[in-house]
Design a protein around this ligand. Structure first.
Ligand code: GLU
Length: 314
């Protein structure tokens, strides 16, 4: 049975990019007769106050993008808020520690910036490995001054997978990614660890998300492998860009749902979004369920999608 999911990080009001993610995840799973899980990725509680999650849940209900497990409906893997699931991430971290693959990293932000390989186009920085070889004495000494982050040691290996939408993708873990964070120095578990633990625990069989996370996937596959978990299929879709080509952010008020909800109906919004995403040429208003007939991954473009200046002419 197919299980898809939405895994938003509610650090502000939803924007069209988040909405496209929910729509595509919903269509892809429902078209296969599958279930949908809603999981709130609010690990960074300072940036994700509960009001944003409440608003997001309300927006999804307004859009009639429903879910079978998650906030409001419950389910076998409760709670569906990452901020309440930290003991699961701790258990996974301890398993990785027992394999001898985790080490403390004392680098400050400035040191990381200075020592990392040149920033790659996709914004990924590669950790230099500065703290990898510290002796137990050096670690003890530094731990007196600063609480460390924890990193996973990666092998000199290339990890490959075939994305359901973007096709084959490969990454040399040590060169293209480097030893990556499992827990930050302030104690927050890293997204990479939490997402793997949760998708596996919730029986997710397909992950649909923006292409900005394509480069995270080999790291996640490596974690699935180490933890002995079965990975889902992945579908990465192109990003929505602001009309001037910038990446859409929560600051783009025009593309925010809080603005749009007062101006258009849910059906108008879904119809327009499906048109921009390539599978509903007329752009006419549609309920999500009606879009099931037209949706196909091969109709969705692979290049980023630039939003028009005016989404809904007056
Ligand atoms: N919570 C992440 C975000 O909103 C998405 C994680 C994922 O889909 O794997 O960007």
């Amino acid at each position: 049975m197919t299980v898809g999911r939405f895994a938003p990080s509610p650090s502000g009001p939803m924007h069209l990019g988040n909405l496209l993610c929910c729509l595509l995840a919903w269509l892809s799973a429902r078209q296969k007769g599958g279930n949908v899980v809603l999981r709130i990725e609010d690990l960074d509680t300072a940036r994700c106050p509960p009001r944003h999650a409440e608003r997001l849940v309300d927006d999804l209900r307004w859009l009639v993008l429903d879910w079978d497990e998650g906030p409001l409906v419950g389910g076998p893997e409760e709670p569906y808020f990452q901020s309440q699931r930290t003991e699961r991430y701790q258990a996974a971290l301890e398993r990785l520690e027992a394999m001898g693959l985790v080490y403390p990293c004392f680098c400050t932000r400035a040191e990381l910036h200075a020592a990392s390989a040149p920033h790659r186009e996709d914004g990924l920085t590669v950790y230099s490995g500065a703290c990898r070889g510290l002796s137990p004495e050096q670690r003890a000494e530094r731990a007196r001054l600063r609480s460390p982050a924890l990193r996973l040691r990666v092998p000199e290996e290339t990890w490959r997978f075939v994305d359901g939408h973007m096709g084959p993708y490969a990454q040399r873990l040590d060169r293209d990614c480097g030893d990556f964070l499992l827990r930050r120095s302030d104690g927050l578990f890293a997204y990479q660890l939490a997402v793997v633990v949760d998708d596996a625990a919730m029986g997710v069989t397909e992950v649909v998300r923006g292409a900005d996370l394509l480069s995270s996937t080999p790291r996640q596959l490596y974690l699935y492998h180490l933890l002995g978990l079965t990975p889902p299929a992945f579908y990465h879709f192109p990003l929505l860009l602001a009309p001037d080509g910038r990446r859409l952010s929560k600051r783009d008020a025009d593309a925010g749902l809080d603005q749009l909800r007062g101006r258009v109906t849910a059906e108008e919004l879904l119809g327009r979004l499906a048109q921009l995403a390539g599978f509903h040429p007329s752009g006419a208003p549609r309920r999500a369920e009606e879009l099931l007939e037209e949706f196909a991954w091969d109709r969705v473009p692979r290049e980023d999608i630039r939003l028009p200046e005016v989404l809904f002419p007056a």
